[in-house]
Design a protein around this ligand. Sequence first.
Ligand code: ADP
Length: 232
Amino acid sequence: QEARIKEQEKLAVVGQMAAGMAHEIRNPLASVRGFAQLMSEKIGKVNSTFKEYMEIMIQEIDQADNFINNFLQLARPKAPSMQRCSLNELITSFVHIFESQAFIQGVKVETDLQKDLPLITIDKDQIKQVLLNLCQNALQALERQGRILLVTRYHQAEKEVCLSVIDNGPGIPPENLDKLGTPFFTTKDKGTGLGLSISYTIVDSHRGRIEVDSQPGRGTCFSVYLPVDEQF
Ligand code: ADP
């Protein structure tokens, strides 16, 4: 019993250290990102090669930032801070940023958002993180000429909204489907295997679920189902 309490205390300390480190790293990263963005806009007008370099820098910073977010979520899960919001708006503002990242890799991002989608009660930051994880996976799976499609739908009978992230990449081999969401499962050289596991945990804490439909050679569809509040 006492050993277990010690163990938990140790974990709490690790979590706090992780949070402190993350803070110290993310702030300077955010500042570098801001200046890179500014330079990309200024220099981009006169030199397209430099613009591309700056965009790559921004992309790498975003990747590091996302890794820190995922790691932090694992080391010190935050209780969701729920607020009512429009999933479509969240997606639109996300796509605005993600599009340019995808563009550099020759990948197109398209949306098919259902009008009059009911509002949902979610932790915006956490759901944005799920969206980013799914889109980054799609992007990493794609070659030039690839395409990512984001779709929202309202399933009235089930009282849930569905967000699908669809890519036309190589798909996931059937023998790997069961392993998705297992911490540290990755098939990538530089993968961490954290993205999906964190995403599953977040969606779980929203009383939702994630379903995967993948056809080798044709593409992958990750669907996130989130409940719509009863009273609406
Ligand atoms: P990581 O991206 O670090 O590998 P994830 O948990 O995000 O970790 O993903 C785990 C694995 O799931 C990936 O390594 C990849 O094999 C597979 N995967 C996830 N999304 C896709 C996708 N859209 N297309 C193909 N494979 C995917």
